[in-house]
Structure formats: C-alpha cells, structure tokens
Design a protein around this ligand. Structure first.
Ligand SMILES: C=C(O[C@@H]1C=C(C(=O)O)C=C[C@H]1O)C(=O)O
Length: 415
C-alpha cells in the first residue's frame, strides 16, 4: 500500500469539479462517499475501485483509510460495511482540489475511465436544474400520522407498565424524485446551510441505493492526537418561533420530559465507561445546541487515550454504545424488542452509523440521522422521537415532521 500526497504535484484530477467526479464514480458503479465534517470547510471524496464494499470488524485502529456504514439492527461484530479508500480527494469549500491520495496510481485503467467520464459530465451537468421531488400516490386508507401516534400510545402504556423507561420510535416519509436529480448538488446545499452537521452522501451500488444526510450526533471520534469523543444528544424543540425566526439560545427553556430523556442517554454513556472501568473521562454539559431547524440538549464526553494508554478505546466503546439510548431506548434489550415488534418497518442504515475511519489518522463515526435514502426512484426520509412516560402522541409526530424538514427545507423546499 502506498499513498501519494500531491500537495505540490499536479494530479490528473486537477481542474475537475467534485460533483462531476462523484457522478462519474456513481455511473461507473464504484462505491463512494462524499463528506464534510462539522465546523470544517474541507470536502472529502472517497472512491473504492478495487475491492468494492466488504464487511469488516469494528477494530477501528487496524483499518486502512476507508468509510464505514452500518445498520441500526446489526448484531454481529463483522457486519459493518467498509468502503476501501483507493482514492481520497480533498477539496476546498470553493471546489479547489487540495490533496490526492491515490493507492492505485494515476495510470490505472479504471482511474482513466473515471477521469474521462468526469470530464464529459462536467460539460453537461446543469446546476440550475438539480432535479425535482413529487408526491407519490398512496393507498386511500393510509394515514401515517394516526399510525405513528398509535405506536406512541402503545409505547407510553408499555412504559407505564414498567416494561422499559424510554423508546425511540421512528417512521418514514416517501417522495418520488426525477431522473435528473443531482445528489451531489443536494450535498453542496446542505453543506452550505448546516456548518455544525456532518454532511454525507454515500453510494452503495451493491444495494442500488444512496444515502444523504446532515447528522448532528457524533457516536465515536478519535483524533490524530489520541483524543476520544462521544456525546449524548436528545431533547428536541423547534429553533424557530411562529414568525419563522431563529429563537436565541438563551431564550430556550427545557421541560422535565426533555431533561430526563437526555439525562438517560448521558447515564447510558457513563454506564458504558463503567463497564470497562474507565473513570478518567471529562463530561461537559448538558448545553443547548442548534441543529439546523432544531435545538437539542447535548453533553460531550472526552478521554485522552494516550494518557490512559488505551489506543483501542474507540473500538471498545463503539461496540458498547451502538445503538445508544438516543436512537433505541432504555434498557436496550427491552426497548429494542418493542421496536422490532411495533415499529413496523426495517430501519436499514437509518440510526445506524457512518463516517470516515483512519482518514488523516482520524476516525469520526456519526449516528445516521436527518437522512434520506434514494432507491428505485423513491426518496425515503427517516425520523424518530424519544418516547417517555410523559409523551404526547401528536407532539411526537410533530417532532418527526420537524426532523424530516431539516433535509426537506434545503433539498426540496416546496415540500
Ligand atoms: C431519532 C432522531 O434523533 C435523536 C432523538 C432525539 C430526541 O428524541 O429528541 C434527538 C436527537 C437524536 O439523538 C432522529 O433525528 O431521527
């Protein structure tokens, strides 16, 4: 394995737009991922040419640079999908190519095919017509709001009967999209509007689907300096008042239901640390944080893995944390069983996790939230809400609507 870091050398990728390389890679059926980390300007595009998508163990420190995506339900350790980073390109916000890591060389026939297709697409893509969304015809007796609210009622009564304390119920919203829809253009818009979020677009040709998202929630992070981070994020309210203006953070008040709901997630993380007898963590919060059109409560956790001589902490914590009580419930086993029995659909990669592993010596895996799947002409938006004893079904439905709007308002403003 070798990598060329062409800060100085001119690469054959030079002069190409990130969205054209993305589109060429998609048309050629290469698994690929495009992402922008929170509060950074760099956009990374990773393309798997050789290996396609393989499954891997969650031993993060042993991986070569790549991109991980995993489902909500994954039970076994070896089910994570791994996109090998054969080519990793870094672009600035203004679409200037900054670095190229190319493990297979610029002379490789597939690389040449990619470049010539990207050049060809470049002259044809029209950013002014990035595609449209439309309503799908629904069977008459379908009322998703009523159905969701019934599941909330069931959850509340199960909680009152002490079956569990919290469960995060979710649902989907489906739209059609036109053939000329440009996912990379949607990615660009989300990156511009949500600087705080992890913006990602993943192409999984073997599943014949793409996932686009703007996640506010880090699951496991490990930086090059050995700092491990995770967070508990829960409690939701609209960030806008009736006039549509953003309410200042200091005017936000939280009620008991949301404070308790988020505290359960923090306690769950602390329990995970306890299981491995780790006491040397720093806890900051909870604080009110803006996530697009919403406010959440967030507590940050940090561990210095070098001081503790614990380089594999991220892998250990990943296994313990997922799925956290921010997307599943408390206790885990009982709430997961309830979801399996009652939720009524397969979450797939929604509320699983995704992100770059060992890219630039860092791993950043986010919970796959505020996300949409594009498959067979149907765009499926996913959203959930934490249900506790005090939940009001209509309010929980409204919360899932607001969560869907995080993406809809930007990529399909007429919906
Ligand atoms: C489940 C989602 O979000 C999670 C649930 C939240 C809540 O219940 O308040 C808040 C943030 C996320 O941890 C989602 O966005 O679909």
């Amino acid at each position: 394995m070798f990598s060329i870091d062409t800060d100085t050398r001119i690469s054959i990728f030079e002069g190409l737009q990130v969205q054209d390389i993305w589109e060429a890679s998609r048309q050629l059926g290469f698994p690929s991922a495009l992402w922008r980390l929170p509060h950074t300007n760099e956009i990374k595009l990773l393309i798997s040419i050789h290996e396609g998508i393989r499954k891997c163990q969650p031993d993060l420190e042993k991986l070569s640079p790549g991109f991980i995506i995993n489902t909500f339900q994954s039970q076994n350790d070896d089910e994570m999908l791994f996109l090998e980073g054969d080519i990793i390109l870094t672009f600035s916000e203004s679409n200037v190519l900054k670095t190229v890591q190319n493990r297979i060389g610029e002379e490789h026939s597939e690389v040449k095919r990619l470049i010539s297709l990207a050049e060809n697409i470049g002259s044809k893509q029209d950013a002014t017509s990035p595609g449209t969304f439309f309503h799908l015809e629904k069977p008459e007796n379908q009322d998703p709001a009523a159905r969701f609210q019934r599941t909330v009622e069931l959850a509340v009564s199960a909680i009152r009967q002490k079956q569990f304390k919290k469960v995060v119920l979710s649902r989907t919203k489906e739209l059609g999209y036109s053939e000329n829809f440009q996912p990379a253009e949607a990615f660009r818009k989300l990156s511009a509007v949500y600087p705080h979020a992890f913006i990602s677009l993943v192409n999984l040709p073997e599943h014949n689907e793409m996932w686009l998202g703007a996640s506010p929630e880090l699951l496991v992070g490990q930086n090059a300096g050995g700092k491990f981070t995770t967070m508990s994020l829960a409690g939701t309210q609209s960030a806008r008042n009736a006039a549509g203006e953003i309410v200042p953070k200091y005017d936000i008040r939280w009620n008991e239901k949301e404070i308790e709901e988020q505290a359960m997630v923090s306690r769950y993380i602390v329990e995970c640390f306890k299981k491995i007898r780790l006491r040397e963590y720093q806890e900051t919060g909870p604080r009110t944080v803006l996530a697009g059109n919403l406010y959440h409560l967030r507590t940050d956790f940090e561990v210095d893995t070098i001081a503790l001589n614990f380089p594999e902490l991220a892998s250990v914590m990943l296994k313990l944390l997922h799925p956290t009580s921010a997307v599943c419930g408390v206790p885990k086993k009982e709430s997961l069983q309830f979801l399996t029995d009652v939720e009524g659909y397969d979450r797939s990669f929604y509320s699983g996790f995704l992100g770059p592993a060992q890219v630039g010596g860092e791993t950043n895996l986010f919970v796959n939230l505020r996300t949409v799947r594009f498959k067979d002409g149907i765009a499926t938006f996913f959203a959930g809400a934490g249900i506790t004893e005090d939940s009001i079904p209509a309010k929980e439905w409204e919360e899932t609507e607001l969560k869907c709007e995080t993406l809809l308002k930007v990529i399909a403003p007429t919906f």
